[in-house]
Design a protein around this ligand. Structure first.
Ligand code: PLP
Length: 396
């Protein structure tokens, strides 16, 4: 039999982690890695954070799962806390990012349905977006590697160029329900939307009674230097998907909405067996205990600036390899002049973990509680690796 028991859908690297401690991961043979990938922006408190570990352990001993048919003191408490911290009036808990986006899409459609406009079901989405791997979320993107072989896709999505306000506005028609976008595209190559784009989409939503649906699965939960990235644009969404960092590594996602936008989400319209279970709620609370304060967020911004400055200073010394740096907070991308996947693979052999993204970008997504010593170690190792790296002939 040629197929592996683990369905072979990932190009898995030789890194085989079995233990983590702070910013470091350890492989089966004791190999040590500086983890500036953080499970693709998930482990925002690093590995084995004592407060998160303790919260999960003590809740696991008390109550792991109950049905959503019962009252949820744990869910109510976390939802209230998230509403107090954000634009939202209500939250639906999920187990992953893609489920949070699915809930966001359904909430947007139901809003117009509940208002008597069932034909307003289309979301305008953006090129190079990534919203997850369900049928709805792959239908919302134009990336062939996500959609090839999965036809027929779901109708109801119209993809236009990212950060092109004129194209987005021109796509509005009588079927439009709203816009769905990542304020900072992650898999697409760490591309922050421009201020004019975000402000323009918000204004168009207000003018035409459309919904602004943000996917902050990757850029949310302190990664950008504010609790959510949209705060830095001075706008609020109507609906937002959050996940990854929100559980610090425990599977947790959430769909946030204003009372108005959630008007259609009445009893029986949505559900999840596991979503909002007491164990996930304990993890979510523990993460917020650490990150939802100005001191932590200020440190993310400061470390983000230092890391960015370190990367920018390094570029002229390796300008055959690196092009530029982009991003927000500790969600940074280095654009390469050759294949970023090959370089990310090479860095692994030097004990550095980063993540490749579209547009030949190397994503730098460390835990958010790093200090200057980790940044120094990262930049020194990266510089030495860049000096030794031979760009593969085919990619040069
Ligand atoms: N949306 C964005 C912006 C993401 O980056 C991801 C995952 O990378 C998802 C949605 C899907 O999240 P998950 O893999 O948890 O389903």
């Amino acid at each position: 039999m040629a197929i592996t028991p683990l369905m072979p859908v990932y190009p898995r690297s030789p890194v085989r982690p079995v233990r983590g401690e702070g910013v470091y991961l350890y492989g089966e043979q004791g190999e040590k890695y500086l983890d500036f990938a953080a499970g693709i922006a998930v482990n925002i408190l690093g590995h084995g954070h004592p407060h998160l570990t303790q919260a999960i352990q003590s809740q696991a001993a008390k109550l792991i799962h109950v049905s959503n048919l019962y009252g949820s003191p744990q869910g109510e408490a976390l939802a209230q806390r998230l509403c107090d911290l954000t634009f939202a009036d209500t939250v639906f808990f999920t187990n992953s990012g893609v489920e949070a986006v699915e809930c966001a899409i359904k909430t947007a459609r139901r809003y117009h349905f509940a208002k008597g406009n069932p034909d307003k079901h289309d979301l305008i989405t953006f090129s190079n977006a990534f919203h997850g791997r369900t049928m709805a979320t792959i239908s919302a993107t134009d990336q062939p590697k996500m959609i090839d072989g999965f036809a027929p896709l779901l109708p109801g999505f119209k993809v236009v160029p990212f950060d092109d306000l004129d194209a987005a506005l021109a796509a509005i028609d009588e079927h439009t329900a709203g816009f769905l976008l990542e304020p900072v595209q992650g898999e697409g190559g760490i591309r922050p939307a421009s201020q004019a784009f975000m402000t323009g989409l918000r204004a168009a939503c207000d003018e035409h009674d459309l919904l602004l649906v943000l996917d902050e699965v990757q850029c949310g939960v302190a990664r950008s230097g504010t609790l959510y990235a949209h705060e830095q644009y001075g706008i609020t969404p109507d609906i937002m998907a959050s996940a990854k960092g929100i559980g610090g590594g425990f599977p947790l996602g959430a769909c946030f909405a204003t009372e108005k936008a959630a008007a259609g989400m009445v009893i029986g319209t949505h559900g999840s067996t596991y979503g909002g279970n007491p164990l996930a709620m304990a993890a979510g609370q523990a993460v917020l205990d650490v990150v939802a304060n100005e001191e932590f967020l200020g440190n993310v911004r400061q470390m983000g600036e230092r890391l960015r400055a370190g990367l920018e200073q390094m570029i002229p010394n390796h300008d055959h390899l690196f092009d530029s740096v982009r991003g927000m907070g500790l969600m940074l991308g280095v654009k390469l002049k050759s294949d970023s996947r090959a370089f990310v693979n090479y860095l692994r052999t030097r004990g550095l973990l980063t993540v490749a993204a579209g547009d030949n970008v190397m994503r730098v997504l460390p835990p958010l509680n790093i200090d200057e010593s980790h940044i120094r170690e990262f930049i020194e190792t990266l510089s030495a690796a860049a000096a030794d790296y031979e760009v593969p002939a085919a990619a040069a």
